[in-house]
Ligand binder design. Structure first.
Ligand code: ADP
Ligand code: MG
Length: 158
């Protein structure tokens, strides 16, 4: 679905980095990530790019979705996570409802993560997810197997 929309608009999606793990429901975190990628396509320019990267920073699990799109003004940056907020240039687009980012933020925060954004109008935007190490339970490998942590979820768009 996302791949076909990207193809139609000649936007390339470039994935890189290393595996990063967090303790969360993969379907919910996946939905949050898909919302970010959808925006990175919708608010891009024809022939633009979307870079999706995952990595470990110290022990924090990180994911970034960066685009080469229209960017977000300083004024709008403080509102993009508000429910129903849509930028002026987006209101005519039939795709969104202004809920995607507020849902992504709630889903990420529900698992102890953070969602932040930096952007430069006319250049592009970068949304970053961080799951601090403190949200990942430490395990004693000698512990009773029944007390071991559940299998961690890999954070990735798939
Ligand atoms: N990657 C992005 N580049 C530029 N603007 C964005 C980006 N992501 C979100 N926005 C802005 O934030 C608004 C809110 O995003 P979202 O909650 O996903 O709602 P929707 O996409 O349905 O409008 C969008 O209408 C748009 O103005
Ligand atoms: Mg959206």
């Amino acid at each position: 679905m996302l791949a076909s929309v990207a193809l139609e608009r000649q936007i390339e999606i470039v994935q890189s980095g290393e595996s990063a793990f967090c303790e969360a429901d993969p379907a919910k975190v996946g939905q949050a990530i898909l919302n970010l990628i959808r925006n990175a396509i919708d608010y891009n320019r024809p022939g633009g790019s979307v870079f999706v990267k995952t990595w470990q920073s110290d022990e924090d699990a990180m994911l970034s979705v960066r685009d080469t799109g229209i960017g977000i003004s300083a004024d709008a940056l403080s509102k993009v996570f508000d429910r129903f907020y849509r930028g002026d240039e987006s209101r005519s687009s039939p795709y969104g409802s202004g809920l995607g980012l507020s849902i992504s933020k709630s889903l990420i925060e529900a698992y102890g993560g953070e969602l932040t954004v930096i952007s430069e109008p006319g250049v592009g935007s970068e949304f970053q997810i961080r799951f601090p190490a403190s949200t990942q339970k430490k395990v004693d490998p000698q512990a009773n197997p029944s007390q071991r942590r559940p299998k961690p979820s890999r954070i990735s768009p798939e």
